[in-house]
Design a protein around this ligand. Sequence first.
Ligand SMILES: [Zn+2]
Ligand SMILES: [Zn+2]
Length: 91
Amino acid sequence: MEKKCVICGKPIEDETQMVKCTVCGAVMHKSCSSDEALLDAEENNLCPYDAMLAALDWFDAVVSTYATTLTSEQKNDIVARLKSYIGLLEG
Ligand SMILES: [Zn+2]
Ligand SMILES: [Zn+2]
């Protein structure tokens, strides 16, 4: 069965140039997944989806503990950034 990279959508011809998402097993070209944003704290490869979920888990842990320590200006900054991400995801 032909394996397709979840990042670029092209087939992975050479399996030595393939990496797997540690969480879901999705396959990616090594070259497509070289961004350090796609590594977890233990340097395991993550697909973009699982990297985003991991970032949200981390964000969730910080927000639920420290949200009340922010000034209202800081809260507005965070909300503005979150809205821009929602725009990206819904757009
Ligand atoms: Zn690729
Ligand atoms: Zn994954």
